[in-house]
Design a protein around this ligand. Structure first.
Ligand code: GLN
Length: 535
């Protein structure tokens, strides 16, 4: 198969949504029957974002094969329903690490090791790996950062070389911003012209220019951009602000982005992309018949990207039930015995988020107690599940100082403890229990009603686990271990017997919810919240 390589670069400013444009293009090509994968190249020196604070980089997304990756990979999977892997996210750190390892092994046979050609060769190698197996018609590679950044220079140089090597099998899409100047009453193309000039200085002529804008582009603006940026007017694509990111594939179809790419790569164009299911999803999303309010309790709630996959999972689940899910973001540090009622009263469901470390932990535990005692539907994810175990230990079993040893290593009731194979690990990067592991669900359980099967596989990212020494005490008191890893007996799911909907999961269901396949746990949770509302 003659794989086509599509590059997506960004200009003018960051945060224009390269990830959404890449994912939308992929969706359109997949909807035309092509096989597509998307890759993100990140120009920072961390080996992966696993060690980055959410304040720095938003959510860390985890793939089936256990890679800790950029959150854009979540968009890729949610849009295309195609799984990604470690090969889909490469950082400068990883590139340099492999070049330096090769140098130490002596692979360069005495050569001077340089950015060009050694670093650029390594970048090209990582791009071509995805195309080399013949699995994909298209490899879309999103280059992180903005053109002109010092750190993205080697990537743009690699793109220049790839175009030279691959000719029409390679297309460059440049995403820019067209600001509207209120005082002049005009959209302005100059920043785009400058950004394309900067690319030209680096030897790359974009083939397609996607213009992010708050107002529609008229013909004369399109012609102006075409003239100054050396592209055909039909290759100037408007990307107007959308109400939801899920509208973008439809907008890109209207703008014929997919046709532009197919034309330029000389691929056959037959009919239209099949977006029927997608449009049905959009219709349900925009025309809800009911409404619920769910509290999302976490310590990064002020950051819009920290709980990206959870927020998107609620959108998928809500749409499938035609139910609008209002998320009330609740800072766990704001919850204490005095504030609980004010903050949590009236919620139809409570989700306690994943996380690490002590900060805000008591607020999470208090919120869980409120959900348990007031029979409010509750979903605890990873740390959220661990907190549910701690809360039950303290307030039902009477273990006053019950805790996770992550927060209190000296507790007399370590109901959550470090996993055996984690005890000797000191290095932080990529050393958690990561990626997909199997779980067996007990048949007489709510979890089974949710999944409707016994064998499931879900993605993980943690070092601590339920302490099985306490299993009997918990089960006798009504907190049931209903999902277990069959190999090492690790508790994957707990639920309360005496509660309408109270489930804690050690894994992360949010990583595998997609538009085409919303996650059953989120659907069931929203449904329970709906039943708990008076609507
Ligand atoms: N800090 C907990 C652990 O390492 C939970 C991690 C998480 O929520 N992802 O086990």
């Amino acid at each position: 198969m003659n794989t086509k390589y599509i590059f997506v670069t960004g200009g003018v400013t960051s945060s224009l949504g390269k990830g959404i444009i890449s994912a939308s293009l992929a969706k359109l090509l997949v909807a035309r029957g092509y096989s597509v994968t998307i890759q993100k190249l990140d120009p920072y020196i961390n080996i992966d974002p696993g060690t980055l604070n959410p304040y720095e980089h938003g959510e860390c997304y985890v793939t089936d094969d256990g890679a800790e990756t950029d959150l854009d990979l979540g968009h890729y999977e949610r849009f295309t329903n195609v799984k990604t892997s470690q090969a889909n996210n490469i950082t400068t750190g990883r590139i340099y690490q492999s070049v330096i390892d090769k140098e130490r092994r002596g692979d360069y046979l005495g050569e001077t090791v340089q950015v060009i050609p050694h670093i650029t060769d390594e970048i090209k190698h990582r791009i071509k790996i995805l195309g080399s197996k013949g699995d994909y018609d298209f490899v879309i590679t999103e280059i992180g950062g903005t053109v002109g950044d010092i750190e993205s220079l080697p990537y743009i140089e690699a793109v220049r070389q790839m175009r030279w090597e691959k000719g029409s099998n390679c297309v460059v899409i440049h995403l820019t911003y067209i600001p509207y100047l209120a005082a002049a009453g005009e959209l302005k193309t100059k920043p785009t012209q400058h950004s394309v000039k900067m690319m030209l200085e680096q030897g790359v002529q974009p083939d397609i220019i996607v213009c992010r804008t708050e107002r529609p582009l008229n013909e004369s603006i399109r012609h102006k951009i075409a003239l100054f940026c050396n592209v055909e007017p039909s290759s100037v694509i408007e990307s107007i602000d959308a109400k939801t990111i899920y509208e973008v594939p439809v907008l890109m179809r209207e703008e014929k982005l997919d046709i532009q790419v197919l034309n330029k790569t000389m691929m056959p164009i037959e009919g239209e992309p099949d977006l029927d299911k997608w449009e049905e999803f959009l219709f349900k999303l925009k025309n809800p018949k009911s409404e619920v309010t769910i509290g999302l309790v976490g310590k990064y709630v002020e950051l819009k990207d920290a709980y990206k996959s959870i927020i998107e999972s609620f959108i998928h689940a809500g749409a499938s039930l035609q139910c609008k899910v209002n998320l009330k973001m609740i800072h766990s540090e704001s919850i204490n015995n005095d504030t609980t009622k004010d903050i949590l009263n009236g919620l139809n469901g409570i989700l306690v988020a994943p996380g690490f470390g002590e900060r805000g932990i008591e607020g999470k535990i208090t919120a869980i107690r409120f959900a348990r005692e007031n029979k409010i539907p509750f979903l605890g994810i990873c740390l959220g599940m661990q907190c549910a175990v701690v809360e039950f230990g303290r307030n039902v079993l009477g273990y006053q100082d019950a805790h996770s040893t992550e927060m209190n290593p000296d507790t007399s009731h370590p109901v959550i403890d470090i996993m055996k194979d984690q005890k000797t690990i000191c290095a932080k990067g990529g050393t958690m229990r990561l990626g997909a592991y199997p779980c067996k669900i007990k048949e007489a359980s709510k979890a089974f009603d949710v999944y409707k099967k016994i064998d499931i596989s879900e993605r993980h990212r943690h070092r601590y686990e339920f302490n099985n020494k306490y299993m009997d005490a918990y089960q006798n008191a009504g907190m049931m271990a209903v999902g277990i890893n069959p190999k090492d007996n690790l508790v994957e799911m707990v639920e309360l017997k005496d509660h309408p909907w109270f489930i804690g999961v050690q894994f992360h269901p949010e990583y595998s919810s997609t538009v085409a396949s919303p996650h059953p746990l989120f659907i069931s949770f929203v449904d329970a919240a709906r039943k708990n509302s008076n609507i």
